[in-house]
Design a protein around this ligand. Structure first.
Ligand code: SF4
Length: 127
């Protein structure tokens, strides 16, 4: 499950939160189940289990997920570089391909480009 960018909070998750300070018009909240930096909720919702659900999610400084998320981000970047190599490969074959092969290669190229464009906001065109 991918949830890149800012998302509207869902009601299950919202019910876990309690306000702890307010500045200007912004209310800062924390989870009721966070005790001594540990989760005490043995029925935590799916969003907590999956967090961070995208390697491109914004993480606060010193977040414990940083190493894991960095590795996942690198894996996606490697996959995209591989897809770009494959696109180049099939584009090179296109001029000499039969009609059926052209159709097949074009489908692959378009599928790869669609995957790559999903990460465009994070710079996938330059990876
Ligand atoms: S993981 Fe636990 S402490 Fe963290 S938000 Fe979810 S329920 Fe709260």
């Amino acid at each position: 499950m991918f949830r890149d960018g800012i998302q509207k909070i869902d009601t299950d998750f919202f019910s876990l939160l309690e306000p702890f300070s307010k500045k200007d018009n912004i209310t800062f909240c924390k989870c009721k189940f966070l005790k001594n930096n540990l989760c005490t909720n043995d029925k935590k919702p799916e969003i907590c289990i999956n967090y961070p659900s995208s390697p491109f999610a914004f993480l606060p400084d010193n977040c414990g997920f940083y190493g894991e998320i960095f590795q996942k981000k690198e894996e996606i970047m490697q996959k995209i570089r591989k897809l770009k190599e494959e696109i180049l490969h099939y584009e090179t074959l296109l001029p000499l391909a039969s009609k059926e092969e052209k159709r097949e290669y074009t489908v692959i190229i378009e599928k790869h480009k669609k995957f790559i464009s999903k990460y465009k906001p994070y710079g996938s065109e330059n990876w």
